[in-house]
Design a protein around this ligand. Structure first.
Ligand SMILES: [Zn+2]
Ligand SMILES: [Zn+2]
Length: 229
């Protein structure tokens, strides 16, 4: 609440004073974030030029990302993930919503917005799932609560088990996921929600599993997309 009335320092560039309607960053940083970099419409990778060849995802139909997981937002995104900076969720959700509009990713036409579940051991350690926090904030921002389903997509392998596999194996391993009620996704469009998309393999295998369960189309909306190394 105090953020709305007292000047603060921009959490991204450090500018002082920063008045920007309660968001933790200044208007200039916000403008830079939404400046529409060219992204691959399928995997949301930031491309130097349109149609630049890259290792793309296979099962996702479309993806949108609010930010690059890179300077100057990387530390802030990481702080959201590692420290419980949950107060930033509404501001992140607003950026994600704008990214969906820019990427022409239709949230409304999807039946479900499914947060990527966290491995059970990590969930016990952290106490909350960031993807679920973002999905809830997105629903609050858009009035889309009826699109949320916390348990439809479930994880059957934890991250460590998954990391031991090669990336090729991971891409083939839709068995890392389980759809709790296939009848709820049959013929439906689904949008997966996650905080950070690194290679895209996690989201892509989840998309594969949902398609196998009968989903008509699977898209992804993420807060931050890792650029090419
Ligand atoms: Zn700033
Ligand atoms: Zn791509």
């Amino acid at each position: 609440m105090l953020r709305r009335v007292l000047p603060t320092r921009c959490a991204v560039c450090g500018a002082w004073p920063c008045h920007n309607g309660g968001t933790p960053w200044c208007a200039a940083c916000h403008a830079q974030a939404v400046a529409k970099p060219p992204r691959c419409p399928r995997c949301a990778l930031h491309l130097a030029q349109p149609h630049q060849p890259h290792a793309c995802t296979r099962w996702l139909h479309a993806s949108a990302a609010a930010l690059d997981y890179a300077f100057a937002w990387r530390d802030l995104v990481l702080a959201f993930k590692t420290e419980p900076q949950l107060a930033w969720a509404p501001a992140w959700a607003q950026l994600m919503y704008q990214a969906a509009l820019r990427g022409q990713l239709s949230l409304r036409q999807a039946r479900w917005w499914l947060p990527i579940p966290m491995a059970a051991a990590r969930l016990r350690q952290r106490g909350f799932n960031h993807a679920w926090v973002l999905a809830q904030a997105l629903a609050q921002h858009t009035g889309g609560q009826s699109h949320l389903h916390p348990h439809l997509l479930q994880r059957t392998l934890d991250d460590q088990q998954q990391h031991r596999r090669s990336s090729r194996q991971r891409l083939a391993a839709a068995t890392a996921w389980h759809v709790a009620q296939p009848e709820a996704v049959a013929g439906q469009r689904v949008v997966l929600i996650d905080d950070i998309m690194t290679t895209g393999a996690t989201l892509d295998t989840a998309a594969h599993c949902l398609l196998e369960a009968g989903a008509a189309q699977v898209d992804a909306l993420v807060l931050a997309r890792a650029p090419l190394a």
